[in-house]
Design a protein around this ligand. Sequence first.
Ligand code: S3P
Length: 168
Amino acid sequence: MNNIVLIGFMGTGKTTISMELSNMYGWKVIDMDQEISKRQKMSINEIFSKHGEAYFRELETKFLIELQSEHNLIISCGGGIVMKDCNTKEMKKNGKVVLLTAKSETIYDRVKDFDDRPLLKGRKSVEGIAELMEIRQEKYESAADIVIQTDHKSVVEICKEIMNKIQG
Ligand code: S3P
């Protein structure tokens, strides 16, 4: 295995951090949302509206299993991947699971101008985000090997913290 699996709520910086980790350490990035969208030839919004959330979670499961034979990857997961228990079980076989966290205010600032996240529809406020985070919190924490709080930190600082904690 020897991969890094990035998880965390929408807008905690998984995509940005995965790209910087890749620059710093030369590992390849797999952005699961991007790849699933490419394979399905549909945006994430379209997948949710045509097939529903359960179908999307199933695609995530299959993709995690497929990646288990690979090495030296940074796998950036969709924010809700932990909502299916078997995804958490499978992702632990993929590598070290790193949870990125941020305050709901920080997340709101990062996501407010985008409409590409179906599960934020009707919930795009600091309170709406905090509520969904609270529902998911326990699942994120039980999936994580390492937790990194990202508020007020630079991308490079976060990446160094991740690597220091992984190297133990
Ligand atoms: C989701 C998060 C999204 C994407 C989909 C569902 C979620 O990924 O997988 O919209 O349930 O939290 P990002 O965390 O990259 O936005």
